[in-house]
Design a protein around this ligand. Structure first.
Ligand code: ADP
Length: 448
């Protein structure tokens, strides 16, 4: 096993990775921007290196600075966390070329799945159903018009290199397709440096169901069940739960098998997630994430498996520490994403934390890098805490969610805690009766 790992990330996820390393006797190196000199991930790590000024492109995305930090501190491996460089195939290659281990899949797998067009094609080659749409990238607005007539409206124009819910535009009919095509292309070029877009049928009431897989590249492949991530705003997840209240056992078995079969066929190594839309009893593959995901803790809560620990093991050339038969799923888990933003108008709310009191008790896990006096910087993603609840059944888990949200004090900034409280009291949520479009309507209804 590695003796020292550099964590190329910040915030709660850097802390999460640090914790797994610590429990395995691995020393950690934190990197940070000047804005994060006092951050918790820096305080807890064994060593830390400043890698640049606040903007992410100059620090957390600054590959030469990160590689230098690894060389100076004698780290053997680099964990990219989520976001930032975690799905950057060039970074994975450079890490390896400089003699470090990249804690993640091979750069070939990142490349194959990072482009959603080739990912969908690969899924189809494996016999996995995908959302009906264009077979590949669409050259121009005229071609889009022609293809859309065959696919049927409404149409979703999606960026091939997209992520984080960006680079997506809905066209209700042919009259607005040209506009949607141009807007998605422009956003894709600006955000991802890749203007390619493709078309999908815009489904009316799908649920987002994803499957967490782990593989060691030596024949060991397991899944940690599915996650229902349908509660989204602007295509970004806000609350996730497992198991999905929408699936029966046969459907659960079917979707997890699609994912593990594909993982085996790919010869994949590492942690990964297969994302599907589920509507009218059918699953349609949309993309694969070749990295750790923000919502991984709910799978850990019901399976008892530490996803980051397994990532470290397989990166070090060890087999997974379990087989599928060893994994026993117990109870229900929910994650509330707590963002530093206003819960009504969703404006970002950076600033100083004047009081901080995290909830505790049975079945409560808080993954957060907040502390009293900490200044949430304005430069990064607004996620500041994940409240993760576990209960023997879904009802108990929701009651625990309500109780823990009541206890949670984060003063000095606005957070999405009040939104989660409204959700926890909402009959549709309590009944598990929601799709990916539901939350937007709920927000509009409760705050017109
Ligand atoms: P990203 O990589 O940006 O997260 P995804 O392809 O994973 O993009 O889609 C994000 C979300 O957008 C999905 O979870 C779903 O809510 C919505 N979405 C994506 N494709 C479709 C579709 N064809 N029809 C309806 N909603 C969709």
């Amino acid at each position: 096993m590695f003796e020292k790992v550099l964590i190329a990330n910040r915030g709660e996820i850097a802390l999460r990775i640090h914790r797994a390393c610590r429990e395995m006797g691995i020393r950690t190196v934190a990197v940070h921007s000047t804005a994060d000199a006092n951050a918790m991930h820096v305080r807890l790590a064994d060593e830390s290196v400043c890698i640049g000024p606040p903007p992410a492109r100059d620090s957390y995305l600054n590959i030469p600075a990160i590689l230098s930090a690894a060389a100076i501190t004698g780290a053997e491996a680099i964990h990219p966390g989520v976001g930032f460089l975690s799905e950057n195939a060039r970074f994975a290659d450079m890490v390896t070329e400089h003699g470090f281990v990249f804690i993640g899949p091979t750069s070939d797998h990142i490349r194959l799945m990072g482009d959603k067009v080739t990912a969908k094609q690969t899924a189809r080659d494996f016999g996995i159903p995908t959302v009906p749409g264009s077979d590949g990238a669409v050259a121009d607005a005229d071609e889009a018009q022609r293809l859309a007539d065959g696919i049927g409206y409404p149409i979703l124009v999606k960026a091939a290199g997209g992520g984080g819910g960006r680079g997506m535009r809905v066209a209700e009919n042919a009259a607005v397709l040209g506009e949607a095509f141009a807007a998605a292309t422009a956003e894709a070029r600006a955000a991802f440096g890749n203007p390619q877009v493709y078309l999908e049928r815009y489904l009316g009431k799908p649920r987002h169901i994803e499957v967490q897989v782990l593989a060691d590249g030596q024949g060991g492949v397991v899944h940690l069940g599915e996650r229902d991530c349908s509660l989204q705003r602007k295509h970004q997840k806000l609350l996730e739960e497992t198991p999905s209240p929408a699936l029966n056992q046969a459907e659960r078995h079917a979707v997890t098998k699609l994912a593990t079969d594909a993982t085996a066929k790919l010869g994949y190594r590492g942690a990964g997630t297969f994302e599907f839309l589920y509507q009218d009893g059918a699953f349609f593959f949309i993309e694969m994430n070749t990295r750790l995901q923000v919502e991984h803790p709910i799978s850990e809560m019901v399976s008892g498996i530490d996803v980051v620990r397994e990532q470290l093991r397989v990166a070090a050339g060890l087999p997974l520490s379990m087989t599928q038969a060893d994994i026993k799923f117990t109870g229900h888990a929910i994650e509330c994403r707590i963002n530093a933003e206003n819960s009504v108008n969703f404006r970002p709310s950076p600033g100083t934390i004047t009081t901080y009191l995290a909830p505790g008790g049975l079945g409560v896990r808080v993954d957060s890098a907040l502390y009293e006096g900490y200044v949430v910087p304005p430069h990064y993603d607004s996620l500041v805490a994940k409240l993760i609840l576990h209960g023997t059944a879904r009802n108990e888990c929701i009651m625990r969610m309500r109780r823990a949200l009541e206890e949670y004090v984060i003063a000095g900034i606005d957070t999405t805690i009040p939104l989660h409280q409204r959700l926890a009291a909402e009959p549709d949520f309590i009944d598990g009766n929601y799709d990916v479009h539901w939350l937007e309507r709920f927000v509009a209804r409760t705050h017109p």
